[in-house]
Design a binder for this molecule. Structure first.
Ligand code: NAD
Length: 502
């Protein structure tokens, strides 16, 4: 059996497990709580409040007051920058604790915390990056269209109260990707973390509070989609909804936004391709592609490149390396430094992944390795063995549906044209990597692929680079100028200054 998580919980300390409403750490008014079951052991390790509609209403009203009357939206740029930089420093100095809480939440192994994109350093950099935008949120001055002495200017102003909803797979990073630009722009926020990853976000909120944010500017409501998320996205005092998660819930967010025409940003799923050409370093391509699908979060990653499009001549070489990487995965207690990969977040998701694997086999794909539930010591957790399919065609379920598990599908192709056709034959469009040593081919492929981010011979997230999806992978971008601008409204100012024009 995987060793109990409880001793680690006792060592880290969870605080009081309360949520943050109007500057006060509080339980739900009706006393409801959610018991968090750890994905690696199945044991109940902690509980937190379930905010009902009344609690959410208090949180949104607090954010509304803080926006309409409070100091944050009116603060000098230098004050806002100082607070956000302090958040970044506190995240860095509490990095170990935050990653342990994340391991308690979703079982992402501590060994993975040194990888930049999943580290506390990245989360801190997101706050630093957005702090840098505060004094650069500039409008424009336009020349008069019809002549005469007047000025036409634009101003960027905070959009108002933001309702943010995030998933469980990278709770700190995904919360930071919303909180940092929203706060930098001068908005106030009510954020709902996932019911499967709450504790790290609660600790992050304590650090943000400690950094000097005025009460009511940041509120955290905890609980599941129903009732907590639903009450937040439908609240009439919310001006903008910012969501990361599944397409199914994304659709509900868009529907909820219609009432009152709330602004919307969506970061949704993917079925991203890695295109591996025969002239590439095939070993690296296979190691990195299989690694991102099986190490760390075990493929529970929106940008995971779960369709490996491999040129026929090098398919065997690719498969051999990918299988070897799959064999290096080590499951268990996420606090054990030898553990490389996480279980699936809950039994529902494990059953779904196993069901899709069975469908892959039934539809004619060849299973190279994995495809089973973890046994023996792993039997109490939600583990699925690292799975590699080959001879996959792009119309099979495993090539079309986001599996969100440790499953890589290898799809052979002949030439560039076929590779592009398969790569773009998806409803999604989040990410892709092109593996080739021919720069001209790399650029041809990059231009042809319909995806928000394309890596060439590697894929490294950066906090200042815009990230988001084409098509059903989302709406809007996180990171960079597009992110902070999405938390603003644009105001046009008309200023005639001659007598005739007034
Ligand atoms: P999910 O959509 O089930 O849940 C996401 C959040 O929405 C959770 O906080 C959940 O409680 C909340 N929610 C559920 N029902 C709701 C409702 N009716 N009203 C309001 N909120 C509701 O997604 P998940 O399983 O937590 O995460 C996995 C998904 O997230 C995958 O599809 C993955 O690709 C996507 N994701 C995308 C990105 C990105 O940046 N594009 C990053 C990470 C994850």
């Amino acid at each position: 059996m995987v060793a109990s998580i409880k001793p680690h919980r006792d060592e880290i300390g969870l605080g009081d497990g309360l949520m943050l409403i109007d500057g006060t750490w509080t339980a739900a008014r009706d006393g409801q709580t959610w018991d968090h079951r750890h994905p690696a052991t199945g044991e109940e390790v902690a509980s937190f409040p379930v905010a009902a509609a009344g609690d959410v209403d208090l949180a949104v009203r607090a954010a509304r007051r803080a926006f309409d009357d409070g100091p944050w939206p009116r603060a000098r740029a230098s004050d806002r920058i100082r607070v956000l930089r302090r958040v970044a420093d506190l995240v860095r100095s509490h990095g170990d604790e935050l990653l342990k809480l994340q391991a308690l939440d979703n079982s992402v192994p501590l060994s993975f915390g040194s990888v930049y994109a999943t580290s506390a350093a990245f989360v801190a950099d997101v706050f630093d990056h957005h702090a840098g935008w505060v004094d650069k949120l500039a409008g424009e001055t336009l020349p008069p269209y019809q002549g005469g002495d007047h000025l036409v200017m634009t101003l960027r102003e905070p959009v108002g109260v933001v309702g943010a909803v995030v998933p469980w797979n990278a709770p700190l990073l995904l919360a930071a990707q919303k909180l940092a630009p929203a706060l930098a722009a001068g908005c106030t926020v009510v954020l709902k973390p996932s019911e499967y990853a709450t504790f790290a976000v609660l600790r992050l909120a304590r650090l943000i509070e400690e950094a000097g944010l005025p009460p009511g500017v940041l509120n955290i409501v905890t609980g599941p989609g129903d009732p907590t998320g639903d009450a937040l996205i439908h609240h009439p005092m919310v001006n903008k909804l910012s969501f990361t998660g599944s397409r199914a819930v994304g659709r509900k967010i868009v529907e909820a936004s219609a009432d009152g025409f709330k602004r919307v940003s969506l970061e949704l799923g993917g079925k991203s391709p890695a295109l591996v050409f025969a002239d590439a370093d095939v070993g690296s391509a296979a190691a990195i592609t299989m690694g991102t699908v099986t190490l760390g979060l075990s493929g529970q990653v929106c940008l995971a490149q779960t369709r490996a499009l491999v040129q026929r001549d090098v398919a065997d070489e690719f498969l051999a390396m990918a299988e070897m990487i799959g064999g290096m995965v080590s499951y268990g207690n996420p606090f054990d430094p030898a553990v490389t990969s996480s279980p699936l977040i809950n039994t529902r998701q494990m059953d779904r992944v196993l069901g899709l694997i069975a469908r892959g086999q039934a539809e004619g794909a060849r299973l190279v390795c994995g495809g089973t539930r973890g046994e023996g010591d792993l039997a109490e957790g939600n583990f699925v063995t690292p799975t590699l399919f080959t001879d996959v065609s792009n119309d099979m379920s495993i090539a079309r549906e986001e599996i969100f598990g440790p499953v890589l599908s290898v799809i052979p192709f002949g030439d560039e044209e076929e590779a592009v056709r398969i790569a773009n034959d998806t409803e999604y469009g989040l990410a892709a990597t092109v593996w080739t040593n021919d720069i001209k081919r790399a650029m041809r492929m990059t231009k042809a692929i319909r995806a928000g981010t394309v890596g060439i011979n590697g894929y490294q997230l950066e906090p200042h680079a815009a990230f988001g999806g084409y098509r059903q992978s989302g709406l809007g971008r996180e990171g960079g100028r597009p992110a902070i601008e999405s938390y603003t409204e644009l105001k046009t100012v008309l200023l005639p200054f001659t007598e005739e024009m007034m």
